[in-house]
Each structure stands twice: as structure tokens, then as C-alpha cells.
Design a protein around this ligand. Structure first.
Ligand code: MG
Length: 249
């Protein structure tokens, strides 16, 4: 169901969004060679609890952690475990928090120490595509306008645009209608309205767009083993345009 929100609801989502931004900042600062994914997840758990929020991800359809930590060829939904970060890894940190019943959800990808030029370019282009999508998320825009703006950034580089996982509406639930694909045709699809909130989350791969789920039933990896990057913000649609709710204070 789509929740149409007023200023109070957006303010609560913004409170949750600041907590998500703090998780990104603190985990990024801590993510060094030798640190385990579980160490990072425990930091996120503390940040959420200290802020008086509840986690969006823990126990979501049985998900066992506070964050999704997706390394290298893992696109999304990586489960934090004992694996230890290494120089040159590309890590996506996806986190969610709930404040007074209202959700925020966002992801960043960054390198551990020095990363390859091709990894850096993939990551920069994926972030730019997210921002292109955010700029297109204005009242009256259609879903296809947003998807087209996102995928246009991938094409010059030949990146695979993941199609099986998408952005989504967000509010009282982490995942609400509509699905927000990272591809599309302009002037097609549902019209955006003020009061809606959506998560835009491009996932680009250096290789093809095909995905596969590992035997843990969560981790989504590129079928060809190529590197993947993932960026996400929660965006409020206001009469004046998009407002990002998951940036730092
Ligand atoms: Mg999301």
C-alpha cells in the first residue's frame, strides 16, 4: 500500500534517516583490513539502539542481522558473518531503521583501502545514477522517467543493470508499492505525487545483469562473478521536489 505522508511523517522518517546515515559514516570509518563483517553489524546494532530506534532488517522475513553487507560480486542482501575485510574489497553497507513506526533505508558502497580503477569507476557511476534518479523524482514524474534516468548512466560503460531487484515505496513498511525499477521508458508507468516516499537503489555490475542467490537463501551475487555496486537513499516527494531523508545531519 502507498502511504501518503505529511510533514510529521516525513519528520519521523528523517529521524530514522539520520540514524541510517550515522551507520554508514561509522561503519565506513571502521571498515579496515582485518575487521569482520560481524564487527560492523554489531556497531550498527548499537547505533540503532542508542538512538531509540528499532532495526528494519533484523527478522525481516527471517533476515538474521541489522545490516546487509555485500562484498565484491555480492549485489545485495549479504549476511554479515565472520569474514574479514581485505585491502581492495568493495563493500556495500545497506541499513534501515524505524522511528515511531516510520522507516528509512539507504545503502552506500566504498572500497577497503586501495581499489582497482575499474571498481572505483563502477562505484562512482552507480552513485551518480542514484542522484540522476533522485533529480527525476518530482511530482508528476512517472516511474519510467526515474528508471530511464538511472539506467542511462550505465549504458556508456556497458554495465549490467540489475533488473530482478528494484527500489520501492517506503513508509510504515520498509517495502511498499510501487516497485521502482532501475530501468524504464520515459512517459511510462505510475505518476509520482507529493506525499509519497520512495527508495531509489541502482545496482550496477561490471559484467552482465544476471543474478543468482547463494545457498544461504539471501546473498544475491552476479551470475558471472563480476563486481557489483549498490547505492540507495530514501527520498520524500514534496511539492517543491525531492528531499533526501537519509543524508547525514
Ligand atoms: Mg531498499
Amino acid at each position: 500500500m502507498i502511504t501518503i505522508k505529511g510533514a510529521d511523517e516525513f519528520a519521523k522518517m528523517r529521524t530514522a534517516g539520520v540514524v541510517v546515515a550515522r551507520i554508514h559514516q561509522d561503519l565506513r570509518a571502521a571498515a579496515k583490513p582485518g575487521v569482520s563483517l560481524l564487527d560492523l553489524d554489531e556497531m550498527a546494532a548499537r547505533i540503532i539502539a542508542d538512538a531509540g530506534c528499532t532495526p528494519s532488517f533484523l527478522n525481516y522475513h527471517g533476515f538474521p542481522a541489522y545490516t546487509c553487507l555485500s562484498l565484491n560480486e555480492t549485489i545485495v542482501h549479504g549476511i554479515p558473518d565472520e569474514r574479514v575485510l581485505e585491502e581492495g574489497d568493495l563493500l556495500s553497507v545497506d541499513a534501515g531503521a524505524i522511528y515511531e513506526g516510520w522507516h528509512a533505508d539507504a545503502a552506500v558502497t566504498f572500497g577497503i583501502g586501495e581499489i582497482s580503477d575499474e571498481a572505483r569507476q563502477l562505484n562512482e557511476v552507480t552513485e551518480k545514477a542514484m542522484w540522476a534518479g533522485i533529480e527525476a523524482t518530482v511530482p508528476g514524474a512517472r516511474l519510467g522517467d526515474i528508471g530511464a534516468a538511472i539506467e542511462a548512466l550505465a549504458h556508456p560503460h556497458g554495465y549490467g543493470v540489475v533488473r530482478e531487484y528494484t527500489g520501492h515505496g517506503i513508509g510504515r513498511q520498509m517495502h511498499e508499492e510501487p516497485q521502482v525499477p532501475n530501468y524504464g521508458r520515459v512517459h511510462r508507468g505510475m505518476r509520482m505525487k507529493a506525499g509519497m516516499a520512495v527508495c531509489l537503489e541502482p545496482m550496477f555490475n561490471i559484467g552482465g545483469d544476471e543474478t543468482r542467490v547463494l545457498s544461504d537463501n539471501w546473498s544475491v551475487v552476479t551470475a558471472d562473478g563480476s563486481l557489483s555496486a549498490h547505492w540507495e537513499h530514501t527520498v520524500a516527494i514534496t511539492p517543491d521536489g525531492p528531499v533526501v531523508l537519509t543524508l547525514p545531519e
